[in-house]
Design a protein around this ligand. Structure first.
Ligand SMILES: C[S@@+](CC[C@H](N)C(=O)[O-])C[C@H]1O[C@@H](n2cnc3c(N)ncnc32)[C@H](O)[C@@H]1O
Ligand SMILES: [Zn+2]
Length: 400
């Protein structure tokens, strides 16, 4: 037996890898098996990895040459191995993990997939690992930070180890902090305050991007958001980093606050770092303020088009990938924040009408509407809260 713990061989995408046998580590039904195993592997993150393959491929097409990729927190190595096997034009993949058992299993997996010439493995702290590649000609084209919890402790090193025009991918799994359950933790880690509004998942993504923008700005680097999404228990962002103080200033200009009225559901954005508005302009109630956070677009048109093309070509992807990319792309044209029909109905004491009916009602009033991938029951719209509530009320009434 090659490992001192129970394992199994699974396939994911084009990779065949050894992973800890999760059922052997789950003692009680409520336990989260991936965190009990000696090496991390979470089958539920396959969707995250599938989208990563598509995004890295889209980026490689933009680069138009062979690229290198790094995974500083690699676990059993499935993500990096999939980059090497599935992304066309990958020159080399660098995988690293501090855990000696992760290193062992990743080494075994690299060999099993015949990638010893394409993958370099190391076993050290992720920040130390990335710092070794921070010199100008040593930097990576692409870095994927996929940690436990927040990626912010690794941001500075990742920014330094990424070449000008490189792709940085970040996962954040500390959704309780980002969604406002632990606002102080979000402020500490991301430099912005969340609120527990119905669109808190969008706030999570915007806080994550905001923190990237402000960290990159210290290095005179700007951020072009390519794609972002929230799926399962994590937020994810893909961004191109562009060197130059002007680029950094342009990114900072897209930072600001979201002001939310819990009384009438009005919300608005306020660009910049001063936010003096304290009362709702519609009902006069005190507004809750979230930020500073990213107010810019959450996805880039061209990048989404490229991703959609790659989805058609890459085999064995989760069938949700295409739908997520399309929905994120469409809704990126809409304003910040969305309304959730159930939440409005709870507030006004009516049964929830079908979302299509509310959307139809709003479009009949000449407002724009978008579905949102953040919530199947959510509507992004340019209509004010008062009109949305009116449309929900109308749609909740039985048709005569
Ligand atoms: C969420 S798992 C990575 C999962 C992997 N990226 C995947 O797609 O399957 C996080 C990994 O980070 C490693 N890790 C935690 N802190 C680290 C550090 N400071 N430096 C390097 N690795 C670290 C853990 O051992 C763990 O394997
Ligand atoms: Zn109000």
């Amino acid at each position: 037996m090659p490992f001192s713990f129970p394992y199994e061989i699974i396939s994911e995408g084009e990779a065949v890898v050894a992973v800890p046998k999760l059922s052997a580590f789950k003692k009680a039904p409520w336990e989260y098996a991936p965190s009990k195993a000696p090496v991390f592997y979470n089958p539920a993150m396959r969707l995250n990895r599938d989208i990563a393959i598509v995004a890295v491929q889209a980026f490689q097409r933009i680069a138009g040459r062979e690229i290198s990729a790094a995974e500083p927190l690699a676990g059993c190595g499935v993500r990096g191995i999939r980059f090497a096997l599935e992304v066309e034009g990958i020159r080399h993949v660098y995988m690293n993990d501090l855990n000696p058992r992760a290193y062992e299993i990743a080494k075994y997996n690299v060999k099993m997939n015949r990638l010893s010439d394409v993958v370099t493995l190391s076993r050290e702290d992720a920040n130390l690992f990335m710092s070794r590649y921070a010199a100008p000609r040593k930097r990576f084209d692409c870095i994927d930070i996929d940690p436990f919890g927040s990626p912010t402790p690794f941001l500075d090193s990742a920014i330094r180890a990424l070449r000008d025009g490189g792709l940085l991918a970040l996962t954040a799994t500390d959704m309780a902090s980002l969604c406002g359950v632990h606002p102080k933790a979000a402020l500490r880690k991301y430099g912005g305050l969340p609120i527990r509004a119905e669109y808190c998942h969008e706030i999570a993504v915007r806080l994550l991007i905001g923190s990237l923008v402000m960290t990159a700005a210290k290095h005179n680097i700007g951020v072009k958001v390519f794609f972002s999404h929230k799926s399962g228990h994590y937020a994810r962002v893909y961004a191109m980093l562009l060197h130059g103080a002007r680029r950094a200033d342009e990114s900072i200009e897209k930072m600001g606050y979201i002001l939310h009225c819990f009384n009438c559901l009005h919300r608005e954005t306020s660009q910049g770092f001063t936010c003096t508005e304290r009362k709702c302009r519609f009902c006069g109630a005190a507004v809750a303020i979230s930020g500073p956070l990213w107010l810019g677009r959450l996805a880039d048109d061209d990048f989404c088009e490229r991703m959609k093309r790659e989805v058609l070509r890459i085999e064995k992807l989760d069938r949700r990938v295409r739908e997520i990319i399309s929905t994120v792309h469409r809704e990126s044209d809409g304003p910040a924040t969305y309304f959730v029909i159930d939440k409005i109905c709870d507030k006004i004491g009516l049964p929830s009408p079908p979302i299509r009916r509310v959307m139809k009602n709003l479009t009949e009033k000449n407002f724009k509407v978008w579905s949102t991938h953040f919530d199947p029951n959510g509507i992004r719209t340019d209509a004010p809260a008062k009109i949305v509530i009116e449309s929900v009320k109308l749609s909740a009434q039985p048709p005569f």
